[in-house]
Design a protein around this ligand. Structure first.
Ligand SMILES: *Cc1c(COP(=O)(O)O)cnc(C)c1O
Length: 488
């Protein structure tokens, strides 16, 4: 038996040199991204090679790195590429990649206590609260994504608004009223998942219709609330969206805040990407009223471009936030001195105990580049969306399918020779061919009953000519399909 086993390297110099080569490789990738396809199909051989028996015996760091370079590195989904605009996926930031490396090396445990990494996370939360216009003293927590931030926010809302002790009693009692949550038909799918998980139940979610701007119809919301109250139900939360996933529509947030105030209902804002528009002086008015929320979820891995994953829940009332999650356990006791000074700050604000140091990349990037830079980048993306929409409207064969409220452009190839009933299938085929070409990666959505090519721009690497190339390539593929005599 070997003694003194460890996972530290036998030869530090060898790992050091490998580490430098890893960094060089990643930087070379960044520098040459534009020349590479936005996406490429993983060949079947590679897929086969990635299925292998459990490695009982060591293969060595060098070998594993080579395999990463050959079999993994060339075939990601493409979100780091200048012409990736699929779904709403940020680009990543090289300096944040380095920050993630530091965080991983430091291996700080982020349940709480008063160490420097904890102070950094608290600082990041305070900065984000300030950017969103929430008062100092607001609470918050970094988490994995908008979904998790929403689940946590809705849990705080549920416990604060239920009118009984949900943590103690659960939702079993038949005497308690049904707890109702409201959003729009455009609210992101996290909301239904959260209702299921929190025991609220999907049938207690009211999806209020939207208007032609894809904003929630507030009069219908009010009718729905009134009808529910009449039935003895208890409205607990309205979810407003700043930047819907389909079209980046922004609900009338002041209107919703007024309803919440009048009705004494919790106001949660899903600000996954759209909330970040608030940091731009030019765009702030579009999310007016955002600062009146009780809680808000923001995805920093979307419109702050940071590498996955990092999002933030902010809660105006710190006591209510803590009341939803705090717990005590003898093994987590607080001491006057030593390491255990300070509370389980973060564990008391969510459901995770062990957490990583996601805050470091946020802290380092905000400091290194400054809020101003992020504001300019967000404005740049909005300008690009407007440019793209203009180009779509100038091309007789293209049709814009939804108003451009921020950074998402939904359109389709709709030449007059192609009858309406074939256009969905045509655009579906066109999108698949476009993606397979590797030129650009938009995704799709359904606008009414129309299949839309959806371009969501949360990309700091895109340039105007990238959008020209997108239009040119779509027209080229579309015309080819017509020439081929495309049949649905
Ligand atoms: C992306 C998105 C979410 C979900 O966020 P994840 O980080 O993917 O969990 C929720 N709401 C909106 C509006 C989004 O765009």
């Amino acid at each position: 038996m070997e003694k003194n086993l460890t996972l530290d390297p036998q030869n530090w110099d060898a790992l050091r040199s490998l580490g430098h080569r890893m960094l060089d490789e990643m930087f070379d990738q960044f520098i040459h991204l534009k020349e590479k396809p936005a996406w490429q199909q993983m060949p079947p051989e590679v897929q086969k090679q990635l299925h292998e028996p459990l490695p009982i015996q060591p293969q060595g760091e060098e070998q594993v790195w080579r395999e990463f370079v050959n079999n993994v590195l060339p075939y990601p989904n493409g979100s780091w590429h200048p012409r990736f605009w699929g779904w709403v996926q940020g680009t990543g930031v090289p300096f944040a990649m380095l920050a993630d490396m530091l965080a991983s090396g430091l291996n700080a445990h982020m349940a709480g206590f008063n160490h420097a990494p904890a102070v950094v996370e608290l600082q990041v939360i305070a900065w984000l609260a300030e950017l969103m216009g929430l008062p100092s003293g607001s609470s918050g927590l970094l988490c994995s994504g908008g979904t998790m931030a929403g689940v946590l926010g809705l849990a705080v809302a549920r416990n604060a608004q239920a009118g009984f002790d949900v943590r103690e009693n659960g939702l079993h009692s038949r005497e308690q009223p049904r707890l109702m949550v409201y959003g729009s038909t455009e609210t992101h799918g996290w909301a239904k998942k959260a209702l299921e998980l929190l025991g609220l139940g999907r049938r207690n979610y009211r999806a209020i219709p939207v208007d032609s701007q894809y904003q929630i119809q507030i009069p219908l919301l009010q009718e729905s609330i009134a009808a529910d109250r009449k039935l003895g139900h208890r409205p607990i939360c309205i979810i407003g969206t700043a930047g819907t996933v389909n079209t980046a529509a922004i609900d009338n947030l002041n209107g919703l805040a007024d309803v919440c105030e009048r009705e004494k209902i919790w106001f949660h804002i899903d600000g996954a990407f759209g909330a970040l528009a608030r940091i731009s002086d030019k765009l702030r008015s579009r999310v007016a009223g955002l600062e009146r929320c009780d809680s808000i979820s923001i995805d920093l891995h979307k419109w702050m471009y940071l590498p996955f994953e990092v999002a933030c829940l902010l809660v105006r009332d710190a006591e209510l936030h803590k009341a939803a999650f705090s717990s005590s356990a003898s093994y987590l006791a607080e001491f006057d001195r030593g390491v255990s000074v300070g509370r389980m700050t973060f564990a008391d604000r969510g459901i995770e105990l062990t957490r990583g140091f996601k805050a470091l990349k946020v802290w380092m990037c905000l400091k290194a580049y400054g809020v101003e830079k992020f504001a300019r980048l967000i404005e740049q993306n909005v300008d690009q969306a407007n440019y793209l929409a203009d180009r779509v409207q100038c091309e007789p064969e293209l049709e814009l399918l939804a108003p451009v409220s921020l950074n998402i452009v939904c359109f389709r190839f709709a030449p007059s020779v192609m009858p309406e009933e074939k256009r969905n299938a045509l655009n579906r085929e066109l999108l698949m061919r476009l993606q397979e070409s590797g030129v650009a990666i938009p995704s799709s959505t359904q606008i009414g009953d129309k299949f839309a090519i959806r371009t969501a721009i949360v990309n700091h690497r895109s340039r105007i000519e990238d959008f020209d190339l997108l239009i040119d390539t779509i027209l080229k593929i579309g015309r080819e399909l017509i020439t081929e005599g495309f049949k649905a």
